[in-house]
Design a protein around this ligand. Structure first.
Ligand code: SAH
Length: 196
């Protein structure tokens, strides 16, 4: 029943901004994710210089890690504070510019050019704006999306990938009756129906 009751739950953009303001960001990890290290070969598949997308990126340290390996990283995050914290915490100089196609959106880019973070809602993006990607790292993104927006989110992700790309989705298996979201519980069957 708890699974069902999550369906109508919503975390608003304002609530996310407030979490960042209050420092209520227990989801952020200072250490690179062990599963990215473990499955890096799957993501790269022997290729160099990939374009890798981080949906709902927060200030994920893995963005720096992949950029340092020579890949080009694009992220999207609603909180400007998160984006600025990312660059300052890694000592990376950046510039910021408006995104002509999205009113109110800004793009923050490392001076070296290999990390571009869009500060806007993920639903404002399309492949016309950000292009397509060779890989996606989804940690804490699908599960943070409001259940009512899941289909839209998955369709957008599918529209952003090139053929032969890899989508790494970090999953946690748990009893949804014991842990109430958010993050939201996404049954494995739903992952299959969303992504095929
Ligand atoms: N992937 C990151 C953060 C996960 S928490 C990590 O691994 O640490 C989810 C993040 O999504 C939060 O930082 C929140 O501010 C952001 N967010 C929530 N809704 C969003 C939306 N519609 N568009 C862009 N970012 C969003």
């Amino acid at each position: 029943s708890d699974v069902g009751s999550q369906k109508d739950r919503v975390v608003t953009e304002e609530e996310w901004l407030e979490k960042w303001e209050m420092g209520n960001i227990g989801f952020h990890k200072e250490e690179g994710h062990p599963l990215l290290q473990k499955y890096l070969d799957v993501l790269l598949n022997g290729r160099n210089g990939l374009r890798i997308f981080f949906p709902l990126c927060g200030k994920a340290v893995e963005m720096k890690w992949l950029a340092d390996m020579g890949h080009s990283v694009v992220g999207v995050e609603i909180s400007e504070q998160a984006v600025k914290d990312f660059f300052s915490e890694h000592g990376l100089p950046y510039c910021e510019e408006p995104v002509p196609e999205i009113s109110g959106a800004k793009m923050f880019q490392s001076t070296s050019g290999n990390i571009s973070l869009y500060c806007c809602s993920i639903y404002d993006l399309s492949s016309l704006i950000v292009g397509k990607f060779d890989g996606i790292w989804d940690r804490g993104a699908l599960v943070a999306v409001n259940p009512c927006d899941r289909q839209r989110y998955a369709s957008l992700m599918i529209s952003l990938v090139e053929k032969n790309s890899s989508y790494l989705l970090v999953t946690v298996s748990y009893d949804p009756n014991k842990h109430k979201g958010p993050p939201f519980y996404v049954p494995e069957s739903e992952i299959k129906s969303l992504f095929g």
